[in-house]
Design a protein around this ligand. Structure first.
Ligand SMILES: Nc1ncnc2c1ncn2[C@@H]1O[C@H](COP(=O)(O)OP(=O)(O)O)[C@@H](O)[C@H]1O
Ligand SMILES: [Mg+2]
Length: 367
């Protein structure tokens, strides 16, 4: 740990936030370990920014406690929490040079004057912007400005860094450069806990050690990217993290279900529902193969999309849409053709039946 780095780690303990009687964050329980990169992923309006603001101290929870480095900070004002924060619109001071923008937070934290230039250089070096110290924000690209905003947040050597959709104002090319940059920063700051708000699953999957999935003011799921992708626990996670076929089935036994009259298998340990219960079968489109096999799904082709490395074939199977991402398809089927698809039993998980069983958004980009 750098000398002077505040202790890391964030804990939300039943944190509830309401505006004018409307609950926008509902009893959030979540722990970010020291040095962990946690993405808070969810659609717009799900309460992500509110959670971040509760950590920073800009919003007072109606109930629950916030802990930083094991210490209850719920009643502390923002400037006493030792947090670095970067928001969507990077909000650098336009009339201040880069170095003075970075020094600003240090002055606010009453850093001894003699230490400031060294700390400014250290922070700018961390984001690869030391050569730009004398420039004004208007002389920088959007990506460079965002790096300066990150340097400003890091200059105080926070134990916790909060980032709220930091890439959303950047174009696609800059965004992918910044993704690599943020991954490097995380490696170089192994003691700093990072809470990273995004609605973009690619950012979350690329950067995070763990992802906390938010929807409608609630934490829906939390796990490593791989856990959420392979073993989602809710329909929401399944369709928001990656793409998913979600099929309404009836449980017939352990690891056995029916789609209409069609018997199908699912990974046994994922189904907790009793025989006769309705549930949702989830299988990723890239794990669905063409041709006969175990768990065959026969139907007709309704759509074929060429996606460069794959064809996404949509089929109607007894009135349900099934998507398959197929590689190296020499002759893609035509719309209306009969088709048989299949999947391996261990690739299908069973989820509690949700409100809106149906296929995940087929236009959504993702792995
Ligand atoms: N200051 C506020 N006053 C009233 N409602 C707010 C305020 N801030 C956020 N909200 C509402 O709280 C909900 C969650 O907002 P937010 O946490 O910003 O979501 P997200 O960051 O996930 O998009 C939204 O419905 C939003 O309109
Ligand atoms: Mg937000």
């Amino acid at each position: 740990m750098n000398p002077g780095t505040a202790p890391g780690g964030i804990r939300f303990d039943g944190v509830t936030v309401a505006y004018g009687g409307t609950v926008v964050l509902d009893r959030l329980d979540l722990t970010v370990e020291p040095g962990e990169f946690m993405a808070l992923l969810g659609p717009s309006g799900s309460g992500k920014t509110t959670a971040l603001r509760a950590v920073a101290g800009f919003v007072r929870p109606a109930a629950g406690r916030v802990f930083l480095g094991g210490r209850d900070v719920t009643a502390l004002p923002p400037h006493r929490r030792g947090i670095g924060m970067v928001v969507q619109s990077y909000a650098l001071f336009p009339h201040l040079k880069v170095k003075d923008n970075v020094a600003f937070g240090l002055k606010a934290h009453r850093t001894p004057k003699a230490e400031i230039p060294g700390r400014v250089t250290e922070a700018l070096e961390l984001v690869g912007m030391a050569a730009y110290a004398e420039r004004h924000p208007r002389e920088l690209s959007g990506g460079q400005q965002q790096r300066v905003a990150i340097a400003r947040a890091l200059a105080i050597r926070p134990g916790v860094l909060l980032l709220d959709e930091p890439l959303s104002a950047l174009d696609a090319r800059l965004r992918s450069g910044m993704l690599a940059e943020l991954a490097r920063l995380h490696r170089e700051l192994p003691d700093v806990s990072i809470l990273y708000v995004t609605h973009d699953q690619v950012e979350a999957l690329t950067l995070a050690d763990r992802i906390a999935v938010m929807d409608r003011s609630r934490l829906q799921d939390c796990g490593t990217p791989e856990e959420l992708y392979r073993r989602p626990r809710t329909e929401f996670t399944a369709s928001f993290v990656g793409n998913a076929n979600l099929l309404p089935v009836t449980v017939t036994g352990e690891g056995a279900v029916r789609l209409g009259d069609r018997p199908l298998g699912v990974l046994a340990e994922t189904g907790t529902a009793a025989a006769g219960a309705t549930a949702t079968l989830c299988v990723r489109p890239h794990l669905v193969g063409l041709g006969d096999g175990p768990n065959a799904l026969t139907g007709s082709v309704t759509e074929v999309q060429w996606r460069g490395s794959t064809h996404r074939v949509h089929a109607d199977v007894d009135g349900h849409r099934v998507m398959a991402d197929l590689r190296e398809l020499r002759e893609p089927p035509a719309i209306g053709d009969p088709v048989t698809l299949h999947y391996a039993t261990e690739d299908a998980v069973l989820l509690p039946a949700g409100a809106g069983a149906g296929a995940g958004d087929p236009t959504e980009a993702g792995p």
